[in-house]
Ligand binder design. Structure first.
Ligand SMILES: [Zn+2]
Ligand SMILES: [Zn+2]
Length: 307
């Protein structure tokens, strides 16, 4: 057997980088491409039950109470971000624009326990994504590979933004926003099924080649609104990387800054002098997606302790 074939067989029979604990060849690798299938939430096929007043999915008629009091940002993701006790968030009503603060993430009571648990596969995907990204940024060991469904990450970001919006945690300056989305009627469909996202809607990386960033345990979200103050996109900073999640069809005359942005990156490559780490983001539709490459420059000096 040739060396190339031996290597390929080792990958085919090795653990799948999606974290499923299955062998890659029966999970997400066909010998040529990696593809993680997006989570099936089945929001529309839950058995009929009741309507819990404060649940934003009550129109589905499948609520099971009580209302659950969850962190706006999933607890598992918060734990990853807070590992070293330093977690910042911005875009909240009590902060000036651009101001950021280290706080415990706010909670929202906006989903019944049934619908909250129906979204858990997205929390799991986000936890895996954040934990991998953080560890690849912080340690240069051997080359590593993680695989996520990009659609699951997009839907988790949307779920997080929806929770922040309905609990009135969004603001411009110090003024609270109503929390309405321009596509409000479509949000449930978009959470349920990636095929319901309009053409050109989704995740854009807004970093340019040559940009330098600092890896902070940071998660920032800021709504981008239209003239009616309805939310039509969200800006995110994820551990120092800038993204926009567009919820409408792409119109570059309205959002010129997206013209040069990378739409749905196929891979985040974090390269060190001696190792390369990949987070593959798989997307349905068979299009080619550009890679986002991040090169390690230098370690960040630890912050002086306040004690
Ligand atoms: Zn897999
Ligand atoms: Zn509900």
């Amino acid at each position: 057997m040739g060396e190339a074939k031996r290597k390929k067989n080792a990958v085919l029979n090795g653990p799948c980088p999606c974290g499923s604990a299955k062998v890659a060849r029966i999970c997400c690798f066909n010998g040529c491409d990696w593809h993680k299938v997006s989570a099936v939430l089945g929001l529309k096929s839950l058995p009929p039950a009741s309507k819990v007043e404060r649940c934003y999915m009550k129109e589905l008629g499948s609520c099971v109470g009580p209302i659950s009091g969850e962190h706006i940002i999933s607890e598992s993701v918060c734990r990853v971000l807070m590992a070293d006790g330093d977690f910042s968030i911005s875009g909240l009503p009590w902060l000036e624009a651009g101001e950021e603060k280290i706080i415990a993430p706010p909670t929202a009571k906006c989903l019944c326990v049934k619908h909250n648990s129906a979204l858990h596969p997205l929390d799991d995907a986000a936890h895996y994504f954040f934990a991998s990204l953080k560890s690849y940024f912080e340690t240069d060991t051997a080359s590593r590979h993680a695989l996520v469904s990009g659609h699951d990450i997009e839907r988790w970001l949307l779920k997080t933004a929806k929770a922040a919006a309905v609990s009135k945690n969004f603001a411009r300056g110090r003024e609270r926003l109503s929390g309405a989305f321009s596509q409000d009627d479509a949000i449930l469909n978009m959470l349920d099924d990636p095929r319901q996202w309009p053409d050109g809607a989704g995740l854009y990386c807004i970093m340019n080649t040559g940009d330098t960033t600092v890896n902070h345990p940071r998660f920032q979200l800021q709504p981008l609104t239209n003239d009616q103050d309805d939310i039509e996109a969200l800006a995110f900073n994820i551990l120092g990387l800038g993204f926009v999640l567009l919820l409408e069809p792409l119109d570059t005359s309205k959002h010129p800054f997206l013209r040069e942005a990378k739409y749905r990156p196929g891979r985040i490559v974090i390269s060190y002098p001696t190792s390369t780490n990949w987070i593959t983001m798989s997307w349905d539709g068979g299009k080619v997606h550009e890679h986002l490459t991040i090169q390690f420059v230098q370690p960040v000096r630890p912050r002086p302790s306040s004690a």
